[in-house]
Design a protein around this ligand. Structure first.
Ligand SMILES: [Zn+2]
Length: 408
């Protein structure tokens, strides 16, 4: 924990230190799909056909494989600049074994992978119960995600109690989406949270795909964000993942209530989801964070660069956010992503201030690329080039993180 900020003795002692980035949305097992989903079978291939490949990957997971993919992926996230991850975990492994311990073994495998990698984690076990709006159950291919409400809540409860042992690990709640969780289960999850862990965050996928929005309207007569607002007390403990197809009115309410939206531009781009109008959302004071989601890309600089360039391309202007000249766009976006990520993770991270965790990293000024650049310009050079050689030493919870990856 940072207790005090001291002045440097002189300029020679100065280094640029920035908070490590918070990855507010990850499905670590999807790293195993890397390179396998870019061959298209049909002209109309989309999110839903990608999902079939994802089911195949989930079906092969055992606790050992889960731990391995978690360890390698989290380690690579740290090397690229993330120090905290919110892991949206739904591979409960129900197809692998019949006995009731399997979901716990799979969740513990993710936590062990995170511990070995050294990353701070908010594990969000996921409740996933049906194939879609109005469907009574899961598809056979989705069986490994399914838990009854009681099993789900006892899993969360058990993990939350266990995780009190380590300050790098904490637990939250994640109803997968409105299409996968019905009203009764949603209310039971909220009731459990309010009684047992009222500070725990709740994350949900929402309004990512037009088809999902249309199915929600057909089933409930409301759009997903609208339905959620009318059904639960939507407050700052929520994080809405994607919200790509929220309406102007819905986005304005989210902005006003300071409910963070998690944007995952590399994944949303890969899946052809659509653009989130971040310029308008920020103009309304909206809070947002970034997530690596499908983990094709583990680099926060790339997510931020893509967010900025999406808006520049969409609006055909460079200053898409009406920033003034006191700081570069990248510094402002980095600070905004930290602010939203801190709230989404519900952890004291993302600031270099007393009372916050010492999760920091050095931006190098001793490389030729940063020669003559101010700290603000050095951050801009990293974000817009994506060149990891800007990243120097890093610390998580005050411990220096030593990169154990083999040299390539
Ligand atoms: Zn996701």
């Amino acid at each position: 924990m940072i207790t005090r900020i001291a002045s440097a003795a002189g300029p020679e002692d100065c280094q640029i230190m920035i908070p490590g980035m918070i990855n507010a949305h990850s499905h670590v097992f999807q790293r195993g799909l890397l390179g396998r989903t870019q061959r298209f079978q049909r002209p109309e291939d989309d999110f839903w056909s990608w999902r079939s490949e994802m089911y195949r990957a989930a079906d092969t997971l055992t606790p050992e494989r889960q731990e391995s993919v978690a360890y390698h992926t989290f380690r690579d996230m740290i090397s690229k600049g993330y120090t905290t991850v919110c892991e949206f975990h739904y591979t409960h492994g129900a197809t692998q074994m019949d006995h009731g311990e399997m979901p716990l073994l799979m969740a513990e495998a993710v936590l062990r992978g995170a511990q070995r990698a050294g990353i701070r984690i908010r594990l969000l076990p996921v409740c996933y119960q049906r194939a879609g709006f109005g469907q009574p159950s899961l598809l056979p291919r989705q069986r490994s995600f399914g838990l009854t409400t009681n099993v789900y809540l006892s899993l969360v409860h058990h993990l939350a109690t266990e995780s009190e042992r380590t300050s790098l690990q904490s637990i939250g709640y994640a109803p997968h989406s409105l299409r996968a969780v019905g009203r009764d289960a949603l209310m039971a999850i909220l009731d459990h949270r309010n009684r047992h862990d009222p500070d725990a965050p709740i994350h949900i996928h929402i309004a990512e795909q037009v088809r999902e929005v249309n199915e929600c309207v057909l089933s409930t007569r409301k759009r997903p964000v609208e339905y959620l607002m009318d059904t639960v007390a939507l407050d700052t403990s929520w994080c809405l993942v994607h919200a790509t197809h929220a309406t102007d009115k819905e986005r304005a309410v989210l902005a006003e209530r300071k409910i963070p939206v998690c944007l995952c531009p590399t994944t949303e781009g890969d899946l052809g989801d659509g653009f989130f109008p971040l310029t308008e959302f920020m103009r309304d004071g909206g809070l947002w964070c970034i997530g690596s989601d499908a983990n094709i890309c583990l680099d926060p600089s790339e997510e931020l660069r893509m967010l900025d360039w999406q808006q520049r391309l969409r609006l055909r202007k460079r200053n898409a956010f009406q920033f003034d000249s006191t700081l570069s766009a990248s510094t402002r976006l980095y600070l905004k992503a930290l602010e939203g990520g801190r709230q989404a993770a519900a952890l004291p991270v993302g600031r270099i201030e007393p009372g916050f965790q010492a999760d920091v990293m050095e931006l190098r000024q001793d490389i030729s690329l940063s020669n003559g650049l101010s700290p603000d310009e050095t951050l801009a050079a990293w974000i817009y080039s994506g060149d990891s050689s800007f990243l120097g030493r890093r610390w998580i919870q005050g411990q220096e993180h030593i990169d154990t990856r083999p040299l390539s």
